[in-house]
Design a protein around this ligand. Structure first.
Ligand SMILES: Cc1cc2nc3c(=O)[nH]c(=O)nc-3n(C[C@H](O)[C@H](O)[C@H](O)COP(=O)(O)OP(=O)(O)OC[C@H]3O[C@@H](n4cnc5c(N)ncnc54)[C@H](O)[C@@H]3O)c2cc1C
Length: 459
């Protein structure tokens, strides 16, 4: 089917599907009580809304989602969005459980069959794939497509309301003496609920109201994103995700189609500014140079790695990986995002919990952010259904702590691992380069260790 025809069909469907429901979102006069209020309608908040509304035990609960941004409108599919996510098996499981995966698959998603990662300074590389490429290691999906699939599921769910341009100003929780959790919007409107869920991103107002410590690090780096056209004549099918660790940060290509990939280039503020100002052809040249230039010019690193090659059974591949050449950048697809680390010391208190980036913000180099958030959604839905089944209130702290403990156990090792990688790799201090390169060489050469890391990253 031609792209234009697909776009027309989608537009028609969208008008039918959303026209009615958007009219039924709350007006500013509807104030009141809800069982659950979700603050923030990004990928994680919206997936929780669908997950709760579709859960057999919870489907009678009244749920309100408050989103600060204007109402959601699906984007045209005539081009690819510059915001995409590498999602793992557990996330696909969540998307399947809320009936959104079939729609995503019917439109577009790209399975990644292999990941190739290498160190610019030592040249040491590691690749991840399932035996004989029997299964994908991740799927690349546009964020907007995931949101669209979720919104389609919300149609005709009577107990669910979405309010847009509803910026949460402050919250009062049972710990402050309130009987129920209470939310006040910038407009002055108030709502109360049994459980307030903070899904309002890394600057979360709800987390601040919970009074939990939030450990943050600003990496002083930007993530530059863009949609790129590649010459894939040497890489048919374009099924490999490439990531090169430069001393300023990693540069990565995530496949979207047979000849399009999405860029995430972590770099300094200054370089990001320049990359955004360049003409398209200068930008393409900078990308090709960053991917193809041989940075192996540190004699200490080169000599030690050569020596290790001669005395150890683990030999390095002297050839550097060769990703496909970039030939064009999609008009208007360049953008930048500040990168940082954040972790709340606690995810729950009586009457409130945090999920997604509101609870944990991680560097995108390992593609884990939204995957951790979807993991929160799966667990929180399970715990709230259990509380309801057992006749408990949704704000029962025993159940909320169950959510917190399970998610801290799952999230913390990944958060710390990615933070450590950021620290170790955004650095050209020779002893550190040697240590990390020997670690990669060892991991790549010992199959059980490699399998362990692969399973942890792609679970
Ligand atoms: C360049 C880049 C690449 C990435 N790549 C990947 C990847 O490949 N894989 C992956 O898993 N993750 C990736 N991530 C991370 C991922 O995008 C985030 O973890 C994820 O989007 C967080 O979703 P969220 O819903 O928790 O938060 P957000 O997306 O921040 O959503 C929060 C929502 O809350 C709303 N809001 C905020 N404050 C208020 C308020 N006061 N009142 C009402 N509403 C409010 C906002 O408008 C927003 O809609 C990447 C991130 C970046 C920057």
């Amino acid at each position: 089917m031609s792209t234009l025809r697909m776009f027309k069909i989608l537009k028609l469907r969208n008008n039918n599907v959303y026209g009615k429901r958007l009219l039924s979102t709350l007006t500013t006069k509807d104030a009141g009580y809800y069982d659950v209020i979700i603050g923030g309608g990004g990928l994680v908040g919206t997936s929780l809304l669908v997950s709760l509304a579709k859960n057999e035990t919870l489907c009678n609960k009244k749920i309100l989602m408050l989103e600060g941004a204007p109402e959601y409108k699906p984007q045209s599919r005539s081009t690819y969005s510059n915001r995409v996510s590498a999602i793992n098996k557990q996330s696909v499981q969540l998307l399947k459980s809320i009936n959104t995966w079939d729609f995503i698959e019917s439109i577009r998603q790209k399975p990644v069959l292999e990941m190739m990662v290498w160190d610019a300074i030592s040249g040491e590389s590691i690749n991840f794939n399932h035996p004989n490429f029997s299964d994908s290691v991740a799927c690349i999906v546009e964020n907007d497509l995931m949101l669209e699939a979720m919104y389609r599921q919300l149609n005709d769910l009577p107990n669910v309301k979405i309010m847009n341009e509803a910026k949460i100003d402050n919250c009062l929780l049972p710990k402050d003496g309130a009987e129920k959790s209470e939310v006040t919007l910038k407009s002055g409107e108030k709502f109360t609920c049994d459980l307030l869920v903070g899904a309002d991103g890394f600057n979360s107002t709800i987390r601040k109201a919970m009074d939990v410590d939030n450990y943050t690090v600003m990496y002083k780096q930007m993530g530059v994103v863009a949609t790129l056209e590649l010459d894939t004549s040497e890489c048919p099918g374009n099924t490999v995700a490439w990531q090169k660790f430069l001393s300023t940060g990693p540069i990565a290509l995530l496949p979207l189609t047979d000849n399009l990939s999405s860029l995430v280039w972590t770099t300094t503020y200054e370089n990001a500014r320049e990359l955004l100002k360049m003409s398209p052809s200068e930008f393409v040249d900078s990308l090709n140079e960053a991917f193809s230039k041989d940075y192996r010019n540190n004699s200490l690193v080169n000599n030690v790695m050569k020596f290790v090659d001669t005395v150890s059974p683990f030999k390095s591949n002297q050839m550097l990986p060769t990703p496909p050449k970039v030939i064009n950048v999609q008009n208007g697809s360049r953008a930048q995002f500040p990168l940082g680390f954040g972790h709340a010391s606690s995810y729950a208190c009586k009457g409130a919990v945090v999920i997604g980036d509101a609870a944990h913000r991680v560097h995108p180099m390992a593609g884990q952010g939204v995957n951790l958030g979807y993991g929160d959604v799966l667990k929180l839905t399970e715990v709230l259904a259990e509380a309801t089944y057992n006749g408990s209130n949704l704000n029962d702290i025993q159940y909320l702590l169950k959510y917190e403990q399970a998610r801290l156990r799952a999230n913390l090792p990944i958060m710390l691992g990615v933070h450590a990688l950021q620290r170790i790799y955004c650095n050209d201090f020779a002893p550190l380069v040697l240590a990390r390169s020997l670690g990669v060489k060892f991991t790549n050469s010992v199959p059980p260790i490699k399998k362990f890391f692969m399973e942890k990253a792609m679970a």
